[in-house]
Ligand binder design. Structure first.
Ligand code: HEC
Ligand code: HEC
Ligand code: HEC
Ligand code: HEC
Ligand code: HEC
Ligand code: HEC
Ligand code: HEC
Ligand code: HEC
Length: 453
């Protein structure tokens, strides 16, 4: 939908002179804003101390220069009632005052009756052990968990400025790289139809059929902006928590992603094979990700195209349900959504990895690149030795690496790979080989050249 464009053209010059006409015009701004979570007249914006504005009125975020209910008018860019984003806040934990969104989306909200937002695992997956109930908390999980991770807001700001996206200004808010606060819908109330009530907008411009999608449209609302459309017939939705016959998002019988925004296309508008992205938290540039190319193991350019994306697994793959008996009628050649594995804002786990995946609560702490911790995560979808009935101990991985008909490695010259202690002492860090865009180049011997993620 393209209504914001008209609104922008009409209102921008007015906003620049801070004319009170803004508030008049907003009243006749029917349509997209009124359908948005913020503009809604039942549950939209309403600050505790601003009794003279109706619920949903722009005035709960933008103040003109005259005084409002005794509050002095806005000295802040975009005529906002508070600082949009504090660019000196380079890392979490964030303060409420670092970002105007947190003034409402935190547990000390100025919104009448406050606002609750859980994480993706809970709202769309069915459960979580992060215990968060606000957006600020999801960004600040490092306070509670040493290996927590989050989308660093200053890094997003820097990346957006570097890209020069026209909507993103020097005084813009990094949340706005992913959300348009004038359009975003109340997605949390529709866990089984998040596409129809999507909260995100693409930061890039993309033509889909003949429409132009951008920051000024919602992403996911149209039928061809769903995961079912990312690679037709290949997206199998993971199980919803506590169920073996209903699926994410929201636990219904829809299994093909036709109710899920195409989050793959959304996330790769930043995380693709081209863009260099610096991460303050990791202290390095991020690995690039190719979610769209195919070519099996024969591609020579880095990043190698991921098999969790459109590239296909080699020969066979050893998956649990629902993949193993997918109602799509395929047993190989799947695609997954970034949100099947990742939270969008923050997680107690490293790399924004979800706390619940494919109906399994990840209770072990996934510390990082140490040993086999990451295996607890993989086994939510893949079969470890225990799933093959070879042992009672979970998270051991001999069968798929050594014994299956399709196994990559012969059992020979153990210490080259396993070290002097031999197998399991300690396990080989999974991340040596399994990470986005990677082959098994690390293997000291018997390299296969297979794409490992
Ligand atoms: C939830 C808070 C919120 C509400 C409600 C809101 N805005 Fe905004 N608005 C923002 C923020 C934040 C920005 C700054 C965007 C950025 O960081 O780049 C902004 C920017 C703008 C801009 C300039 C940037 C652009 O997108 O073109 C205009 C014009 C604008 N708002 C008009 C309005 C009008 C008119 C209304 C009511 C119909 C309204 N806003 C309601 C938060 C809000
Ligand atoms: C990298 C992109 C990205 C950034 C940056 C981002 N978000 Fe989100 N946000 C998402 C996605 C994707 C969803 C939809 C999935 C969901 O609801 O968890 C979402 C959902 C939400 C929701 C609804 C959550 C719910 O209850 O389901 C709110 C509120 C929100 N974001 C606020 C914010 C605020 C405030 C910021 C900045 C502090 C922010 N977001 C930054 C991607 C982002
Ligand atoms: C004045 C208070 C206020 C401010 C400031 C504010 N919001 Fe909201 N926001 C709300 C309310 C109220 C809702 C609807 C909440 C509900 O349904 O419980 C909402 C809902 C949302 C949603 C819809 C998703 C969902 O399901 O809840 C998104 C996304 C969102 N806000 C993002 C932002 C971003 C990004 C900013 C900053 C640019 C921001 N908000 C600033 C009050 C605010
Ligand atoms: C949300 C479910 C899910 C999770 C979690 C998951 N995978 Fe996968 N994985 C899949 C699916 C589905 C495929 C099949 C892709 C295809 O058919 O092209 C796959 C394929 C693979 C392949 C390709 C195998 C081959 O034969 O070519 C590798 C390697 C792999 N995954 C490794 C991992 C590792 C390591 C982890 C843990 C860090 C992991 N996966 C976590 C769903 C998942
Ligand atoms: C607007 C651009 C943008 C979009 C869209 C975006 N990201 Fe990011 N992402 C970044 C930037 C910048 C960083 C580096 C900062 C950081 O590491 O926190 C990053 C970092 C990450 C990290 C590494 C975090 C860490 O510290 O380990 C993960 C994982 C990630 N993003 C996943 C996602 C997923 C999943 C989506 C889609 C839901 C997404 N991103 C969408 C810009 C984006
Ligand atoms: C080319 C590298 C390589 C060689 C050589 C190799 N392995 Fe492995 N092996 C692996 C990888 C990778 C794994 C999975 C990671 C892990 O568990 O350490 C694995 C896992 C195992 C496991 C399961 C361990 C667990 O707890 O998950 C056993 C047992 C094992 N290998 C035995 C052997 C034996 C015995 C030899 C020599 C006769 C050998 N391997 C040689 C790469 C190799
Ligand atoms: C030396 C490199 C290496 C290391 C270290 C390694 N793997 Fe693998 N792994 C591979 C290769 C190669 C494949 C086969 C990929 C293919 O078939 O294309 C594989 C396949 C897999 C698969 C997909 C199997 C399937 O068919 O479903 C999973 C899951 C997996 N490994 C988990 C792990 C875990 C967990 C660890 C850490 C305990 C680990 N691996 C360590 C190289 C490695
Ligand atoms: C099957 C689960 C799975 C899926 C699906 C998945 N990821 Fe990841 N992601 C991981 C794991 C595991 C890691 C940690 C290993 C690594 O860094 O690659 C990770 C790490 C990352 C990182 C940090 C990379 C770095 O440099 O350390 C980014 C960014 C990221 N993912 C983005 C995405 C995006 C974007 C998508 C969708 C296009 C996506 N992921 C889909 C499991 C997944």
């Amino acid at each position: 939908m393209v209504v914001m464009r008209a609104i922008r053209l009409k209102i921008k010059p007015i906003l620049l002179v801070l004319s009170s006409v803004l508030w008049g015009i907003s009243l006749c701004w029917a349509g997209d804003y009124l359908d948005s979570a913020h503009g809604n007249n039942v549950y939209g914006v309403k600050q505790i101390n601003l009794s003279s504005y109706a619920r949903g009125n722009c005035g709960h975020c933008h103040w003109q220069h005259a005084s409002v209910d005794g509050n002095v008018g806005s000295p802040f860019p975009f005529a906002l009632f508070a600082l949009n984003f504090n660019i000196s806040a380079s890392q979490a934990p964030y303060e409420v005052s670092d970002n105007m969104c947190f003034l409402c989306h935190s547990n000390s909200s100025v919104q009448v009756n406050g606002i609750q937002n859980f994480d993706y695992s809970k709202t769309f997956g069915g459960t979580s052990n992060s215990n968060i109930s606000s957006i600020l908390e999801s960004f600040n999980l490092k306070n509670l968990y040493p290996s927590a991770s989050y989308h660093n807001l200053k890094d997003i700001y820097d990346f957006a400025i570097k890209k020069g996206w026209p909507f993103f200004k020097e005084k813009s808010n990094p949340c706005v790289a992913c959300h348009n606060p004038h359009l975003a819908k109340r997605i949390k109330s529709y866990p089984s139809s998040p596409a129809s009530y999507t909260a995100v907008s693409l930061p890039i411009e993309k033509v889909i059929s003949t429409r132009k999608e951008s920051h000024y449209t919602l992403w996911g609302d149209n039928l061809d902006e769903r995961m079912s459309n990312f690679y037709s017939g290949r997206y199998q939705a993971p199980y919803s928590y506590g169920s073996t016959n209903t699926y994410e998002p929201g636990g219904t019988t829809i299994y093909d992603g036709s109710n899920l925004p195409d989050y793959a296309t959304f996330c790769i508008s930043c995380h693709n094979q081209y863009d260099e992205i610096y991460s303050t938290e990791l202290g390095r540039n991020l690995r690039k990700i190719d979610w769209v190319s195919e070519g099996g193991d024969n591609v020579a350019t880095i990043p190698y195209p991921d098999k969790h994306g459109r590239n296909s697994a080699t020969n066979s793959v050893h998956l649990k349900d629902p993949y193993a008996s997918s109602p799509l009628g395929i047993s190989i050649g799947f695609v997954t959504s970034c949100t099947d594995c990742h939270e969008p804002h923050g997680s107690p786990n490293p790399y924004l990895l979800r706390t619940e995946v494919n109906g399994i609560l990840i209770t072990q702490s996934l510390v990082g690149n140490i040993g086999n911790e990451l295996g607890y995560f993989c086994r939510a979808c893949h079969k470890d030795d225990a799933a093959f009935g070879r042992t009672n101990e979970i998270n051991t991985w001999e069968y798929i690496h050594h014994d299956s008909p399709d196994a990559p490695y012969p059992k020979n010259r153990c210490s080259h790979c396993h070290g002097p202690g031999g197998p399991r002492k300690p396990p080989i860090p999974c991340l040596n080989c399994h990470k986005h865009g990677s082959k098994d180049d690390w293997a000291p011997i018997y390299k296969t050249g297979r794409v490992c993620f």
